[in-house]
Design a protein around this ligand. Structure first.
Ligand SMILES: [Zn+2]
Ligand SMILES: [Zn+2]
Length: 305
């Protein structure tokens, strides 16, 4: 594998960007089934095939368990207005309780995941989270919110994260997108989590605009290009990529904070999914580990590599 290591400007950044929406909320009815299909597609062409096939099944269960689940209630309008006044996101992760609704998602997901073919370690991790009481599950949820998974229990936290994603995507889906406002650089305006990756989209009306993809609730929010997602700097931005892949996925590096974020280019990867393609492009993460930059996006599915 040959590699480009020079920092280069992004030649595709020049384009006709119309006025993109500030955010696009997730549609939990299609989000996970589309992602599962993409993971199956990527498994067919990747040397990570066994892992991608496992993830495809896990994401399919995220879709399947929603049948018959009542849609969550929209948060109280006054609470949303108050959050906005203090430049806080409308969904407060810190206030989560493993209540009946969250427990029901965890129980359904963990039961359905038992049928997925997986390594012994993942089977044991699933048994652990299945038996865990609400307090232990809550502690694991807070580890997910802190973007740091304990090295000896990554698989457990991936299962918990998968349940939390279903919960927060459903909560996000009933919000009023027009009431959202920016919170901070690199912070989801719906739930306050950090992105998994970013994507330059090909949507009509937003062609060439970049969106961050929330690692928790799957909201996409607009973020200008050639600007560090981590610290907001527009100085010292560079791009790295794996040679021979047509510039479909790049690492945007920042010399101010020494971080990097992943960018997927939908014009080159029309079916790109911010979570699925992030995992399948592990080789870019491995390349970047050789350099001085630390990865900025939170990627629980890559935490074990
Ligand atoms: Zn979010
Ligand atoms: Zn930066």
């Amino acid at each position: 594998m040959s590699r480009k290591s020079a920092v280069m400007p992004d030649p595709t950044a020049i384009g006709n960007v119309s006025s993109p929406p500030f955010a696009r909320l997730p549609d939990p009815a299609s989000l996970f089934s589309v992602r599962a299909a993409r993971l199956r597609q990527l498994a067919g062409i990747s040397n990570l095939a066994p892992y991608l096939r496992f993830l495809a099944e896990l994401v399919q269960t995220q879709h399947d368990i929603q049948t018959d689940l009542p849609l969550p209630e929209s948060p109280d309008a006054k609470a949303i207005a108050r959050a906005r006044e203090f430049e806080m996101p409308p969904l407060d992760r810190g206030q989560i309780e493993v209540d009946k609704a969250v427990s029901s998602i965890f129980d359904r997901l963990f039961a359905a995941a038992a049928a997925i073919e997986k390594p012994v370690a993942a089977t044991e991790a699933l048994a652990h989270v299945t038996a865990a009481d609400p307090a232990e599950r809550l502690a694991m949820a807070h580890a997910v919110f802190s973007n740091t998974l304990p090295a000896d229990a990554i698989a457990e936290h991936v299962f918990v994260w998968a349940g939390l994603q279903v919960h927060f995507a459903r909560l996000a889906s009933v919000l009023d997108v027009a009431a959202l406002a920016p919170v901070a650089d690199g912070v989801c305006p719906v739930c306050g989590a950090i992105p998994v990756s970013t994507m330059v989209v090909g949507w009509p009306g937003s062609h060439g605009a970049r969106f961050c993809s929330c690692s928790l609730c799957d909201t996409l929010w607009h973020y200008v290009r050639i600007k560090c997602v981590l610290c907001g700097s527009t100085k010292g931005i560079g791009y790295k990529e794996i040679d021979g892949q047509g510039g479909a996925i790049k690492a945007e590096t920042c010399d101010e904070c020494h971080g990097w974020s992943k960018i997927l280019y939908q014009d080159k990867l029309p079916d790109a999914d911010p979570v699925a393609d992030d995992v399948a492009s592990l080789s870019l993460d491995i390349l970047m580990r050789e350099g001085p930059y630390h990865r900025g996006g939170f990627s629980p599915l890559l935490a074990g590599f």
